[in-house]
Design a protein around this ligand. Structure first.
Ligand SMILES: NC(=O)c1ccc[n+]([C@@H]2O[C@H](COP(=O)([O-])OP(=O)(O)OC[C@H]3O[C@@H](n4cnc5c(N)ncnc54)[C@H](OP(=O)(O)O)[C@@H]3O)[C@@H](O)[C@H]2O)c1
Length: 334
């Protein structure tokens, strides 16, 4: 496989509505010592892409290549790379501090890339990295759960990108009873196939959860936290714990005190930004690839679009803006 002479990319020319996403040609970047140069075959779109494009572009606010999730093939490696060779198939969420995956060829540090599951195509693999790292760190690092863990877990936003993999990980790798909360019949249908023990209507949450866990649940996963603290206090048992992953403005967690409940944050780029030597994301993605190939986990791809260009990315961002997508929206190169 040849490295192209030019690099087709989509940039956000500035912060703004979806039409700031524009097709351009960039130089092909040169790998640093620990970098892989990847031929990007598929990318998935995350709410963070939409938030950055809509108002919080990193850096100087100038043209930026967005997108974090990708799956592709290694075209070249830096001189200190040890874990990959040319031709390897990889999948990764990369770093929020570097140019993203919405380009034909991309640099990614070998410490945050995993070997792609062999049983998935590129689009199916690109659905997974960012949300899976988030879900894994929530369960096994923030809550320190294990195969021996029991109790009840309520997963809000269960049919979303993160919820769809967190439900699977919790069901397959812990002893928890998993309660998935959804709002629409199509979300219920989707999540029922991913292993939740119970599915409840998020618009009738307290009554439906009380029937399953009369003393309250032990854990709540919260991807949509605005205005939810009082509800979580009520739905959780004494000593319960929330992990939240979004950015609810001005959240006040004091009401949790009266039932000795906890509130943790999870941000999947924390390690990349503050512990760049860590290989934890590579190890995590390699383990997830093994679990996928063993049939324990499945892809969360919900919608497949193509090709990877500005028009298709604009459509994907529009879909994400609705907060009504099921699973992941993925763009395949062809
Ligand atoms: N901290 C991190 O590292 C990290 C990582 C990934 C994502 N995030 C953040 O987490 C949030 C969710 O991400 P995601 O990718 O899972 O989202 P997503 O895929 O856009 O979630 C969409 C799903 O959420 C449900 N939903 C919509 N509004 C809801 C609400 N108010 N309450 C509960 N469920 C609702 C919808 O189904 P129903 O209406 O049928 O229920 C839909 O299926 C975003 O803010 C994202 O930026 C943070």
């Amino acid at each position: 496989m040849q490295t192209p002479s030019r690099n087709r990319a989509v940039v956000a020319t500035t912060s703004g509505p979806v039409d700031v996403l524009t097709d351009v040609e960039l130089d092909v970047p040169t790998p640093g010592p620990r970098d892989l140069l990847v031929d990007v075959r598929a990318v998935s779109v995350n709410p963070v892409d939409v938030k950055l494009r809509g108002g919080a572009l990193p850096g100087d606010g100038g043209p930026q290549v967005l997108g974090y999730d990708a799956a592709g093939v290694v075209l070249a490696v830096g001189e200190e790379v040890t874990a990959f060779t040319v031709g390897d198939e990889v999948y990764y969420a990369g770093s929020i501090a570097r140019p993203g995956s919405n380009q034909q060829v991309q640099l990614v540090d070998e410490r945050v890339a995993g070997h792609k599951p062999t049983s998935l195509d590129f689009a199916e693999a690109a659905a997974l990295p960012l949300t899976t790292i988030t879900a894994w760190e929530t369960l096994f690092e923030r809550w320190r759960l294990s195969a021996d863990s029991t109790g009840t877990l309520l997963v809000m936003g269960a049919a979303g990108g993160v919820g769809s993999i967190l439900v699977q990980l919790a069901r397959q790798l812990t002893g928890l009873t998993v309660i998935a909360a959804v709002g629409r019949p199509e979300s219920r249908e989707w999540i029922s196939g991913l292993g939740a023990h119970h599915v409840v209507d998020r618009n009738d949450l307290l009554a439906q959860v009380a029937e399953i866990a009369p003393r309250g649940v032990d854990l709540v996963f919260s991807p949509f936290s605005a205005g939810m603290v009082d509800t979580y206090t009520q739905v959780m048992a004494v000593g319960g714990s929330v992990v939240a992953i979004d950015e609810p403005e001005g959240v006040d967690t004091l009401p949790l005190k009266w039932k000795s409940q906890g509130w943790h944050w999870e941000f999947m780029f924390s390690r990349v930004l503050h512990d760049p030597e860590s290989t934890a994301h590579r190890e995590l993605l390699d383990e997830v690839a093994r679990l996928v190939d063993a049939g324990t986990l499945r892809t969360t791809l919900g919608t497949r679009l193509s090709p990877i260009d500005a028009a298709t990315l604009q459509e994907a961002h529009r879909q994400l803006e609705s907060s009504a997508t099921i699973g992941k929206v993925v763009l395949a190169a062809e």
